[in-house]
Design a protein around this ligand. Structure first.
Ligand code: GLP
Length: 418
């Protein structure tokens, strides 16, 4: 998670807008490979849209090859109602840039079959190859799109009943008349957002401070659906100082220091090149969508860890046992078993102090000293004395030597700085 704190709303908004401009320019979209942008409504992104329009007028960015998908729309509100999200998007953004109307996608809250409308929306997103960058705002209750508290974190586009709090908060757009606010909306799901290759949320003002605190400092929780971003490989939250009021000073300082250190190293951009450039540029292959599945990060910024699986007879390796689920289990509890043992699958296991890599990598791999913290049992039943028994056995985890990790880090810095 990147948390970017700016002094005020204007600076936070221009940061987000310039980020979008940079992403589109670097991606260099074409009609064959358009840039797919997810968009929010609400007051928070207003300045972002104004800034994007200015950047377009200055000819710094074009939306000719950008496809958009909006997050949500009220159910039952006429499309040309002043408060429909259709009206909002066309009057604040689309009408002022060179986007092609056929590339704009907004949910139809007046569709005869709302469920079919939602299913079709998901299908259209998939048909476009998934969303490259999803911009988001948040509600005061921490909702992302209209994923109200209690929404499933694997939800997809669907009809959603609005929380009374949201109806009350949004009544300010309907002349303060709570009765005028629609009770339902169509919204992309939490999982729809998480499927995007990158998510950037803008959070402004003290009204959002509690939601921001819940989402940044606490765990993933369906009652604060923005917190689901903790499961995304490339999330960024951009906020103003006012929105940080409920965060600990230590947290704010921490995230600011991360940004400073990154700048001092000559880069601000942590998104890997393979995601920043469109397929086809410099041999960049067509990428699969981002996934929240463990171990599928496509950042290319991390030092590789190798988890060979399943355990098979190998000339030499170490079995790690003990109490891997105990957070403070000491790495020294790693136990060499041997000289040989027989698994319940009839395999003979012998040990030595050094692992051989069966990953095909030319790296010199050594056992990762955190390996005993991984609770991935592979089902072998071996007692520590080498006899059959029920002793937890965990996957071997290999890691490059510290020297190689340092080298890899230097290479990464070179790549990002380029
Ligand atoms: C609505 C939208 C959300 C948006 C929220 C925040 O509820 N469905 O997508 O994030 O408003 O609105 P504001 O930025 O006006 O506080």
């Amino acid at each position: 998670m990147r948390l970017i704190v700016r002094d005020d709303e204007e600076q936070a908004s221009s940061f987000v807008a310039e980020y979008v401009v940079d992403r589109i320019r670097t991606f260099a979209p074409t009609s064959e490979h358009p840039f797919v942008l997810g968009l929010p409504t609400g007051s928070s992104p207003l300045n972002v849209y104004a800034h994007l329009v200015r950047a377009y007028r200055q000819k710094r960015v074009s939306f000719a090859h950008v496809i958009t998908f909006n997050m949500d729309e009220y159910v039952g509100l006429a499309r040309d109602h002043p408060e429909s999200y259709h009206t909002f998007m066309w009057s604040n953004f689309f009408s002022h840039v060179d986007i092609r109307p056929e590339n704009v996608h907004l949910l139809n809250g007046n569709a005869p079959d709302l469920e079919a409308e939602c299913a079709h929306y998901e299908q259209t997103i998939r048909g476009c190859g998934g969303i490259d960058l999803f911009l988001a705002g948040i509600g005061e209750d921490g909702h992302i799109a209209f994923n109200e508290p209690g929404s499933s974190l694997v939800s997809r586009t669907r009809v959603k009943t609005l929380a009374y709090d949201t109806i009350r908060v949004n009544s300010r757009f309907f002349g303060g008349d709570i009765e005028a606010v629609p009770r339902c909306a169509l919204t992309v799901g939490v999982q729809t957002v998480l499927d995007a290759r990158e998510v950037v949320a803008i959070v402004l003002g003290p009204r959002k401070a509690l939601a921001l605190q819940k989402c940044i400092e606490e765990g993933v929780n369906h009652m604060w659906t923005l917190s689901s971003l903790q499961l995304h490989p490339h999330p960024m939250v951009v906020c103003d100082e006012d929105a940080t009021q409920e965060l600990r000073v230590k947290t704010v300082k921490y995230f600011k220091s991360i940004e400073q250190v990154a700048c001092s190293q000559g880069f601000e951009q942590t998104l890997p090149t393979s995601l920043r450039q469109r397929p086809g540029i410099c041999g960049n292959p067509i990428l699969p969508k981002a996934s929240t599945t463990l171990g599928t990060s496509t950042t290319g910024m991390t030092t590789p860890l190798v988890i060979p699986s399943p355990i098979k007879p190998s000339p030499s390796f170490i079995l790690v046992n003990g109490a891997p689920d105990t957070p403070d289990a000491s790495p020294t509890t790693a136990t060499k078993i041997g000289p040989s043992a027989v698994t319940s699958m009839g395999e003979t296991i012998t040990t030595s102090s050094r692992m051989t890599a069966d990953s095909g990598s030319d790296l010199d791999l050594i056992p990762d000293r955190m390996g005993n913290r991984i609770s991935v049992p592979v089902g072998a039943d071996i007692a520590s004395d080498g006899k059959l028994g029920v002793v937890p056995v965990y996957r071997r985890r290999l890691t490059p030597t510290p020297e190689q990790q340092q080298l890899q880090h230097q290479r990464n810095l070179g790549r990002v700085g380029a």
